[in-house]
Write a protein that binds this ligand. Structure first.
Ligand SMILES: [Zn+2]
Length: 139
């Protein structure tokens, strides 16, 4: 499990700017999914810095559509099943990519692999070369 930091106030004029002990942060609204800072009264989203931050679509639809893409369903198929436009699914994929790359970078580090395991990994990568897109920059 990824250890997620507690929310913090990003208001540059707040005395508790970036304080991460969480004492100045309270839930402002569960319905609107917002926190508030008790020091400066600034409110901010629960989803700040996440995949969901700028998306207004129902989370269940969003997560299922991206899961379909992960399972190699086509963009058009995912859009048809979730009754969304192709451009919408492309937008979600575009948003999910950097977050997925960040998670991969977080988890795939410090692995103590044997030569056989590394060979197996490269065999898997080479087999999937057709799905590899060199235009997507590594983070
Ligand atoms: Zn504040």
């Amino acid at each position: 499990m990824v250890d997620t930091p507690k929310p913090w106030c990003e208001n540059t004029s707040c005395a508790d700017l970036a304080k991460t002990d969480g004492r100045n942060i309270k839930v402002h609204s569960y319905g609107e999914r917002r926190y508030s800072c008790t020091t400066c009264k600034h409110t901010f989203s629960f989803d700040k810095g996440t995949f969901f931050e700028t998306v207004r679509t129902d989370r269940q639809i969003l997560v299922e559509a991206v899961a379909m893409l992960v399972e190699r369903n086509s963009l058009r198929a995912s859009g048809r099943i979730k009754q969304c436009k192709l451009q919408t699914v492309l937008h979600w994929l575009d948003l999910a990519g950097p977050h997925a790359a960040a998670l991969s970078n977080h988890f795939i580090r410090g692995l103590h692999l044997t030569q056989a395991q590394i060979d197996e990994l490269w065999t898997f990568v080479k087999k999937n070369r057709s799905t590899f897109n060199p235009m997507i920059p590594a983070i």
